[in-house]
Write a protein that binds this ligand. Sequence first.
Ligand code: ATP
Ligand code: MG
Length: 249
Amino acid sequence: MSIKKHQVKSKLAVAYQLMHTPEVEGHIPETELLYENSFKRMMKKHGKAYIKPDRGRKSRGVMQVERLKDNRFKIRQGSDMEYVDSHELWTKIKDLTRDRRYLIQQAIDSVTKDRRHFDLRCHVLRINGKWKIGGICGRLGKRGSVVTTSHAGGTPTLIKTLFTRHLRYSRRETSDMIQKVEKCVVKTVNNVSRMYPNLKEYAVDIGIDPKKRIWIYEVNIEPLIRGNFKLLPDKTLYRRIRYMRKTAK
Ligand SMILES: Nc1ncnc2c1ncn2[C@@H]1O[C@H](COP(=O)(O)OP(=O)(O)OP(=O)(O)O)[C@@H](O)[C@H]1O
Ligand SMILES: [Mg+2]
């Protein structure tokens, strides 16, 4: 059986590798295995964090925890939210995460002008030994949701529309940002591909904060395009990635 079918997927392993890669370390949100001490430390330091299954996909099991005033905390999953007092917080988190291994990651404020969460799905393929961008797709979360996937009501959006209409970037800012993101993504995949040398396709999920800093949430090792590129009104990128897949090696 091919080795390719048995890649061990771990968001944490990839994050650790990138946190120790000088070229990209500045783009990696602080990430740790979730346990009581890391949870308390991250909440104290960042005030807001994401908790997610180490091998999750489609945003299943992803939650956002935020420290509020008066020792209260808010836990949000998809579009749901609940409030918890500090003394019962860890018990609650333990309960929500008892099924498998989770990580905790510093939250990035990647939101549009009207406060909808967004991220960028950047698809990369190896063509003739070089990593090439197949396409970048914006993902706009449902209003009030902390994730962006179409499986939770998010809307795949053309990157130019996302930047100009939803972030109010000028044309110049838009093309500069696309270039920066592309460079960052290729550097990232160059490094991650050392961990998974057999893979010829990756997708990098990226957030952008209000200071226009680029942050890498995760690197997907078996990226699908049905739930994102295929749903764009313009199918150019979808077709392009499908075409590139045929020559990727
Ligand atoms: N550190 C973070 N800061 C802000 N938002 C985050 C962070 N981590 C994850 N998110 C949001 O949660 C979503 C899901 O996270 P992630 O990509 O790590 O999980 P996933 O299960 O692979 O989901 P998907 O398949 O939708 O990409 C991201 O697309 C992003 O919108
Ligand atoms: Mg993802």
